[in-house]
Write a protein that binds this ligand. Sequence first.
Ligand SMILES: *Cc1c(COP(=O)(O)O)cnc(C)c1O
Length: 476
Amino acid sequence: MNNKQILPEPYRAKMVEAIRLLPPAQRRKRLEEAGFNTFLLRSEDVYIDLLTDSGTNAMTDVQWAALMRGDEAYAGSRSFEALEAAVRDVYGFPFIVPTHQGRGAEHLLSRSWIKPGQHVPGNMYFTTTRLHQELAGGVFDDVIVDQAHQPDSTHPFKGDIDLDKLKALVQRLGQDKIAYAAVAAPVNMAGGQPISLGNLKAVSDFCRSKGIRVVLDAARAVENAWFIREREDGYADWTLGEILREMCSLVDACTMSAKKDAYVNIGGFLATHDRGLYEEAMNLCVVYEGLHTYGGLAGRDLEALAVGVREMVEGTWMDHRISQVRYLAARIEDAGAPFVVPVGGHAVFLDARRFLPHLPQEALPAQALSAWLYEECGVRTMERGTVSAGRDDQGRDRRPALELVRLTLPRRVYTQSHLDYVAAGVGRLYARRGSLPGLKFVYEPKRLRFFQSRFCPLPAAAATGANSDHPKASAY
Ligand SMILES: *Cc1c(COP(=O)(O)O)cnc(C)c1O
């Protein structure tokens, strides 16, 4: 794949949505009103929205047509049967519980399989996943390879689990203290880094030998399958669907945010080979999501999702998507700005530590960079650093090795000229990076603080030594 060129879009536009760029002074005002948190900006005030690829997908005409077929029956909806059949065919799991989105599935799983005090080893954390594990009384342990924490390591599978770390943990705690192993494919927080099939197989073999269950976070598993096909010996001739099914055959269950791979705007599911988990999750679904044949979704959402699940492994959707991400990275590289390598499948992650080396971690370099990028060019991005990492059980700020700003590409939404515009904005900001101040908290909510915290700029000269006991809603 030539990174300087985007594969021609495997689609044409049938409907468009107007966007507008506010003048610079208004962008500054909007940023202040939003407490320098891009999550608190109004969509109307954003020109190009790279906050997330979650639920921001453009659906196909076939998905739109399927919406009209939604069976809105409370119980036994035909649309659920369509979803169930699609997940069975594409992922290979026999048992499916629909949920309103990925965290709904994480909730059902965590409540079903974690006993208080049990540990959940995983390849780096994801925000909602870890919180649901903790709320169920679990303790998360990061067992990813060290290279995942190094933004310039070119390891091809930085999402791999370090088997020695996993074995040592099981040895230390005993297998009864392990609820299950949580494997994300790819690892969002590390920059969209894939896990190899060889590693997943080794993890699965080890866990099975110890009677430990394995759960896949499948939000972007098709992207992961694409990287396996590109990079891992022996899979060049496999289809994405074949690789995906192979991945799913190695685990006991998956949680799925369909707002990612499956090209819908809302939806998710828990899918499993395990009848016991299925029955427990189905029962909890009734309490927290809705009846087990709709899980918080409208029948039409289930229909669009059923089509999306089948389409996502077909054609050249994924080739095009990854060529877009690589193109954006190449343009940003031309501008000289630092980002995480290898580039993953859903986003380019700017390395805020290297972008703003004059800011110490307490000055929240990634949060600041995402704010200043909006001010510069009206492009919205997301912090993945100290703010996202939150506090530990002692109430202390976690200090992640990675301070990243994610430029996430919604699926089938933006064009090459949009990406050129984004890269030019990043380049201009990089050229004046030395003058960019850090931020400090002025408000911090108790949970998943990155969504709702508010900040204010530090004085440019006093960027160092920002205080770390910022105001909190209450102790964590
Ligand atoms: C988005 C995401 C989730 C959570 O899914 P939601 O649909 O946002 O609730 C879990 N894991 C990963 C890797 C994700 O990207």
